[in-house]
Design a protein around this ligand. Structure first.
Ligand SMILES: Nc1ncnc2c1ncn2[C@@H]1O[C@H](COP(=O)(O)OP(=O)(O)OP(=O)(O)O)[C@@H](O)[C@H]1O
Length: 353
């Protein structure tokens, strides 16, 4: 069963269309990331799902219950949604325990039960000792964990997270991402998470939807979008890509200036089609040899790997290497075996599986 189903959704602000016929499904216990440049409509979609924005067309259903459709608009508080924001949105005058209790104290008359639930939530987010502190006495990561506990105490069916890690310093961010991901998974909560950061999207989501100007360009597993983008827009948004002019010579092979390259999956392009072979920096291999077809022209040590620029047959290629190579090296450039990604000139889209 889908936790969320958005079908043919359009939204506008004062007559200007922001979302245009957008459809998206989030499965039970799945974390979906909405990734895209500033202003492309990610927050607008979250607001529409939360019921904070009227829709002009389409349908939104949560666990098969229609929330928005023609003549139907369920109010936000009846949608059973938890929301987490970039700025935590905690009440400054309440302590941590009171902030967490806030979401249920008006619905739950039994004070003892409220206290037990707060203690449970504090333990879940590893803040059991900090219930008496006020938000200003906590770090950004701790404040965001309070916000998560406050959202979870009401047992939401769906959690919406709007750039929740943007204010967290980079040292703590990856740890918090792992922690919150595990928490959502262990509690069986489906979530939609908005970010501009591809690193956060890769680390936090099961699937990601890449936005472009009010529509979704491609949706799928992060690895699939990274390795098999359907358009150059997706390829470039998700990381550095080299483009090598190529011509398809049979169902599995393309011809480039570096010679023929064989794909591990059948090409879905016409024989004779010309276009661009997309290669990620890790898909190119360099071996030191004086008779090599390439020359190293630039290098940068980046800690976990090194970035190396190579000139080969008139092309400049970006390659990721484990170690720095000797300066001004002659190298042999080869392409590691993989299912090739090829964008035919005629389509501007991926034509090779
Ligand atoms: N209340 C509003 N009134 C008018 N236009 C708005 C309003 N809120 C957002 N917009 C416009 O709608 C478009 C989409 O905004 P939205 O906030 O959904 O983008 P976003 O992808 O979440 O951006 P960001 O990553 O910067 O938060 C933008 O062009 C924005 O200027």
């Amino acid at each position: 069963m889908a936790a969320l189903e958005v079908s043919g959704l359009s939204c506008n602000y004062h007559g200007t269309a922001v979302l245009n016929n957008l459809s998206l499904q989030v499965q039970e216990n799945e974390i979906m990331c909405l990734l895209g440049a500033s202003g492309c409509g990610k927050t607008t979609l979250l607001k529409a799902i939360a019921g904070l924005l009227p829709i002009s067309q389409g349908e939104i259903a949560i666990h098969q219950q229609v929330m928005n459709a023609h003549h139907v608009a369920v109010v936000p508080e009846k949608r059973n949604i938890g929301m987490i924001f970039q700025d935590y949105a905690l009440f400054p005058h309440l302590n941590v325990a009171q902030n967490i209790a806030f979401a249920i104290q008006n619905k739950e008359p039994n004070k003892r039960h409220v206290q037990e639930r707060v203690e449970e939530m504090l333990a879940l987010v590893n803040l059991s000792d900090l219930g008496d502190r006020h938000p200003h006495q906590l770090s950004g990561g701790q404040q965001q964990r309070v916000a998560i506990a406050r959202a979870m105490i009401a047992k939401p069916q769906l959690m919406l997270l709007d750039e929740p890690f943007s204010n967290i310093d980079t040292q703590v961010r990856m740890r918090l991402i792992t922690e919150i991901r595990e928490l959502l998974k262990s509690q069986g909560i489906s979530a939609i998470f908005v970010t501009h950061s591809k690193e956060e999207a890769f680390a936090f989501s099961d699937r990601l939807a890449l936005f472009r100007a009010g529509h979704i360009e491609q949706v799928g597993r992060p690895q699939t979008l990274y390795q098999h983008p359907q358009s150059r827009f997706v390829a470039d948004f998700l990381g550095l890509a080299n483009y090598v002019p190529a011509t398809v010579i049979d169902a599995y092979t393309v011809l480039t200036a570096m010679g023929t390259v064989r794909s591990q999956a059948a090409l879905n392009a016409q024989v004779g089609a010309s276009g661009q072979l997309m290669l990620r920096p890790r898909q190119i291999q360099l071996s030191l040899t004086e008779q090599g077809n390439g020359k190293v022209v630039e290098q940068q040590f980046l800690g976990t790997h090194s970035r190396c620029a190579v000139e080969c047959q008139g092309l400049r290629l970006e390659v990721s290497t484990n170690e720095l190579l000797p300066a001004v090296s002659q190298v042999h450039v080869s392409i590691l075996p993989h299912a090739l990604t090829f964008f035919a000139d005629s389509q501007g889209q991926r034509a090779v599986a």
